[in-house]
Design a protein around this ligand. Structure first.
Ligand code: HBI
Ligand code: FE
Length: 286
């Protein structure tokens, strides 16, 4: 079963574009946001700002500060782009929701991050199926201010286009899931979070580092690309990189031989720990 990263929920009609461009981009229309929508952003921002102290990695927190992403209101992509383009030549483009894989990779391969611009309802504060502007702009964009991670995301997009051609997307999607969305990093002060799916989630920001249940393993490229993941609950295994350079260096080679090797190996259940794993914490099955 090829997990898709997200189930296909739909954005509220207001932000589903009447004029969807061929590359699936729309205009953010910042003036269309209601005071209630800005207030939902403020609620989410304040919650994460406090829970991420001592939990998110410095690169993420520095990115939030450097971008000028604050609690006051849903950021205007035009403002963010002035800063982001100057820092790492990335741009945010607004999309109405999940876009087809090939479209998503094409944008990433050209240093364009496709960000949704609708925000979740107040009754979805703790979980929503598909990314909203808080997940994308608060969760993903700050890491694009880090030059190494910015290059990794472009390499991922280029790799995604190749993987599509090779029918190997399900392997590469796991790399994205266990790094970009749910990655941890080892630091002198201990494990810290950089994954966007975690930093935009109050509960998982604590669970991923402190709960005894999940495994915490050292990152391995082939290990991650073999491993199933959960899309509707906290992860049962987290992988920790030693540095963003390690992550970027792992994506330098052409993956074609990796996919050939993976085709001959069984996938691994998300909760499994192998004798060859570098075990930082062996979880307790729930
Ligand atoms: N579209 N807008 C958007 N955001 C995503 O994160 C996204 C997507 N389409 C496909 C996708 N992610 C994943 O299926 C790929 O990473 C494999
Ligand atoms: Fe995401």
């Amino acid at each position: 079963m090829v997990e898709t990263a997200y189930a296909g929920a739909q954005a509220p009609a207001r932000h589903r574009a009447p004029s969807l461009r061929a590359d699936f981009t729309i205009s953010q229309d910042w003036n269309a946001y209601s005071p209630e929508e800005h207030d939902i952003w403020r609620t989410l921002f304040h919650r994460q700002e406090s829970v991420l102290k001592g939990r998110a990695c410095e690169e993420f927190l520095a990115g939030v500060r450097a971008l000028g992403v604050v609690a006051d209101a849903i950021p205007d992509f035009r403002r963010l782009n002035d800063t982001l383009q100057a820092a790492t030549r990335w741009s945010i483009v607004a999309v109405p929701g999940l876009v087809p894989d090939a479209v998503f990779f094409e944008h990433l391969a050209n240093r364009r991050f496709p960000s949704t611009c609708f925000i979740r309802r107040r009754d979805q504060l703790d979980y929503l199926q598909e990314p909203d502007v808080f997940h994308d702009v608060f969760g993903h964009v700050p890491m694009l201010m880090n030059p190494v991670f910015a290059d990794y995301m472009q390499a991922y997009g280029q790799g995604g286009l190749k993987a599509l051609g090779l029918g190997a997307l399900h392997h590469l999607a796991r790399l994205y899931w266990y790094t970009v969305e749910f990655g941890l990093i080892e630091t002198a002060a201990g494990l810290r979070i950089y994954g966007s799916g975690i930093v935009s989630s109050k509960g998982e920001s604590v669970y991923c580092l402190e709960d005894p249940c999940p495994n915490r393993l050292g990152f391995g490229l082939m290990r991650v690309m073999r491993t199933h993941y959960r899309i509707d609950d906290f992860q049962v295994t987290y992988f920790a990189i030693r540095s963003f350079d390690e992550l970027f260096d792992a994506t330098r080679p052409d993956f074609t031989p990796y996919y050939a090797e993976l085709a001959g190996q069984p996938d691994l259940p998300a909760a499994m720990v192998l004798p060859s794993d570098r075990v930082l914490h062996r979880g307790m099955p729930r």
